[in-house]
Design a protein around this ligand. Structure first.
Ligand code: SF4
Ligand code: SF4
Length: 117
């Protein structure tokens, strides 16, 4: 079982992507970017901190809390909301750069995207 943390676009969550139903469905069915896992659970969902993005400090807090709660995170995903925000919300985040920074800091694989709905 892979336990994943998902980062979300604060502009899209609960606006055009409501209640995170899409990511929960994709994880349950192992669809989209979750198809890489034998089984997967969503262990954490964390907003990006709104524009221009505060993912690194929020990731630090989330990973510390996950460690404190003994809920280790196996992989980090940038939600499809964040991917779509590049074209729909003029997102200033460089996803590849963010992926590299997260992987370097936390030593966990980072996947860009979640569902394909
Ligand atoms: S892409 Fe996933 S994490 Fe982002 S708002 Fe939609 S369901 Fe939530
Ligand atoms: S557009 Fe980018 S920085 Fe702004 S809220 Fe969405 S993901 Fe965060």
């Amino acid at each position: 079982m892979a336990r994943v943390a998902i980062f979300q676009c604060a502009k899209i969550k609960d606006a055009s992507c409501v209640a995170c139903l899409k990511c929960f469905k994709a994880a349950e069915k192992r669809e989209g970017e979750f198809s890489r896992y034998d089984s997967v659970s969503i262990g954490a969902m964390c907003g990006c901190g709104d524009c221009p993005g505060l993912v690194m400090p929020k990731a630090q807090l989330a990973m510390e809390m996950a460690d404190y709660l003994d809920c280790d995170i196996d992989a980090i995903h940038l939600g499809t909301c964040m991917v779509k925000a590049k074209t729909t919300a003029a997102c200033p985040i460089d996803h590849e750069n963010l992926k590299n920074m997260l992987e370097k800091k936390f030593g966990k694989p980072v996947v860009i995207g979640t569902h394909n709905y």
